[in-house]
Design a protein around this ligand. Sequence first.
Ligand code: SF4
Length: 199
Amino acid sequence: MNIQVSRRRFLQLAGAGAAATSIAAFGYGEAEAEVAAHVRNFKLAKSTETRNTCTYCSVACGIIMYSRGDLTKGEQANIFHIEGDAEHPTNRGTLCPKGAALLDMVHSKTRTLYPQVRKPGSDKFERISWDEALDRITRLMKDDRDKNIIERNAAGVTVNRWTTTGFLAASATTNETAWETYKVVRSTGIVAFDNQARV
Ligand code: SF4
């Protein structure tokens, strides 16, 4: 028979078993059942595990987010615990204090959850859809590039420099995504290209 027991569950059962056995050894046989009855239910039982990357810095530590709520039944997923991913090659389960406090960032009331725009002349931000945001960014970038691209330098050499738009990339990413982002941004001619990790 093959029984699957997670690392945490194993430690929990082992701890409860050791306590119960010790009490029984002192002659309190019935106490064993009492101890077993009061072991707290496994906190992560019936939760959904989702692997992700810490959002904070370029170390890009692996995390596991635990949530409750069945999306297939229309329920809202609620993340209630986050810990380091022991199988991730970068951090092997560890997190720095910022990463260990990720749950507070997830549930922060001031966290930006959707795109917003402050139109020219306006003093406030307005919520827009993701489609609107992507269309707007694409349109503005294309117009600006068409207008300001520098195709050749003073000596007539092709340079294709686009100096009037900048690009800020996120650091919580894989090497492959970072490589692709770099190639796409540089291929447009953008010169001002920086990363969240340096901000
Ligand atoms: S846990 Fe700390 S070191 Fe790791 S990515 Fe997050 S902020 Fe960076």
